[in-house]
Ligand binder design. Structure first.
Ligand SMILES: Cc1cc2nc3c(=O)[nH]c(=O)nc-3n(C[C@H](O)[C@H](O)[C@H](O)COP(=O)(O)OP(=O)(O)OC[C@H]3O[C@@H](n4cnc5c(N)ncnc54)[C@H](O)[C@@H]3O)c2cc1C
Length: 338
């Protein structure tokens, strides 16, 4: 069976690696526009590197009155544990290098001001009885919170009412490094072909059921055929979806907003002092991506503090692409149904 994957980000390389581990005979080709794997959204500084497992993100535990729902939190925690097991397997096999090249232990904290204290307390009471979160601690004590997350508390007045929870065993993940290492392993040890510098322009299903993929390799047109197509193209999936023959394509679009972080290199000593990711509370109705957080990041042996995200206007669907890409992906449509 021939599989074509568009995009060598964390999604495309994970899919290729898993598929090859389960069925070594599969014929898999990854088509990647850039010259390296993991250089898009998965690149270290294009995301916050939080190993999301619901330790500190309030948006996974919606509250309705005095009732809190843990359903999403339990699901995401379990899923992240499966990912960690898969990565441990890759390390054991020698497929990726030392774990610290892509994953590091970091405290996961939630810090809220007075108006959200009751919610955080309820969250703590309900979550800490479950074995997933049994090591969660809660405090309203200024000094104790400051001992967990000093940089976040520096300069705050002591009389300000605040509450926090902490879980010591959260993670900071360098998805870019993990992607690069998985891609190298997939290519050199599992027999996955990766065609870098190959920009897929269009993919559609022929009447025979096979996928036809038209691409451009360094200026030359090239066509691929596949039984299964996996689109792991990040923001680049929208233009491809729009040009596909899929019936639901017109219902989707992207918005030209992104997230940017303030970033500062810090010393090893400062990193040891903070060693945390602290999530706050976003405004009611704001998208989960807008939750403010202060993150310790470990990238290629150096430490950084990231604060954000700040919303950015960026009508580019993918790194290095044209300014009018976003406009080009919009279609005029009259459809009262949607
Ligand atoms: C501000 C922000 C903060 C985030 N923070 C976190 C976080 O803390 N934790 C977390 O887990 N996630 C976080 N994310 C999300 C995370 O970054 C993404 O979910 C993840 O990187 C997506 O991986 P991907 O493989 O789907 O996409 P990408 O990594 O973008 O990979 C897509 C690849 O496809 C290639 N491509 C695109 N179009 C084409 C084409 N037509 N032909 C050939 N190749 C193509 C691209 O060049 C790219 O290499 C954050 C995202 C943002 C924006």
């Amino acid at each position: 069976m021939k599989i074509v994957i568009i995009g060598a980000g964390i999604m495309g390389t994970t899919f290729a690696t898993l598929a090859k581990e389960l069925a070594p005979d599969l014929d898999i080709t990854i088509l990647e526009r850039l010259d390296a794997a993991g250089a898009g959204n998965s690149w270290a500084f294009n995301n916050a590197g939080t190993g999301h497992e619901a330790n500190c993100e309030l948006n996974y535990t919606p509250v309705d009155g005095e009732v809190i729902s843990l359903e999403k939190a339990l699901k995401i925690h379990a899923q992240f544990n499966v990912a960690k097991q898969f990565w441990a397997y890759l390390v054991e096999k020698g497929a990726v290098k030392q774990p610290k090249t892509f994953i590091n232990q970091t405290k996961h904290c939630t810090l809220v001001s007075e108006s959200s204290i009751e919610e955080l307390k309820l969250r703590f009471e309900e979550m800490s009885v479950h074995h997933f979160f049994e090591h969660m601690r809660y405090s309203e004590d200024f000094d104790e919170i400051k001992s967990w997350i000093p940089f976040t508390m520096d300069g705050r007045p002591r009389h300000e009412k605040m509450a926090a929870t902490v879980i010591e065993t959260g993670t900071d993940v360098n998805f870019g490094s993990l992607t690069e290492q998985m891609a190298a392993h997939a290519e050199h040890s599992l027999g996955v072909k990766i065609e870098y510098g190959t920009h897929v322009k269009r993919a559609y299903r022929s009447p025979t059921g096979r996928w036809i993929i038209s691409a451009d390799t360094k200026g030359d047109p090239v066509e691929y055929k596949a039984d299964v197509l996996f689109v792991g193209a990040g923001g680049g999936a929208f233009p491809l979806l729009k040009k596909s023959h899929l019936p639901f394509r017109s219902r989707y679009t992207g918005f030209p907003v992104g997230g940017r972080f303030l970033q500062a290199p810090i010393s090893e000593e400062q990193a040891q002092l903070y060693k945390a990711k602290t999530y706050g509370r976003a405004k009611v109705g704001a998208p989960p991506m807008s939750v403010p957080h202060l993150d310790l990041r470990a990238v290629e042996g150096k430490h950084y503090l990231l604060f954000g995200p700040f919303a950015s206007f960026k009508p580019l669907l993918e790194k290095g692409r044209g300014f009018f890409d976003y406009l080009g992906s919009i279609r005029y449509m009259i459809s009262p149904a949607y």
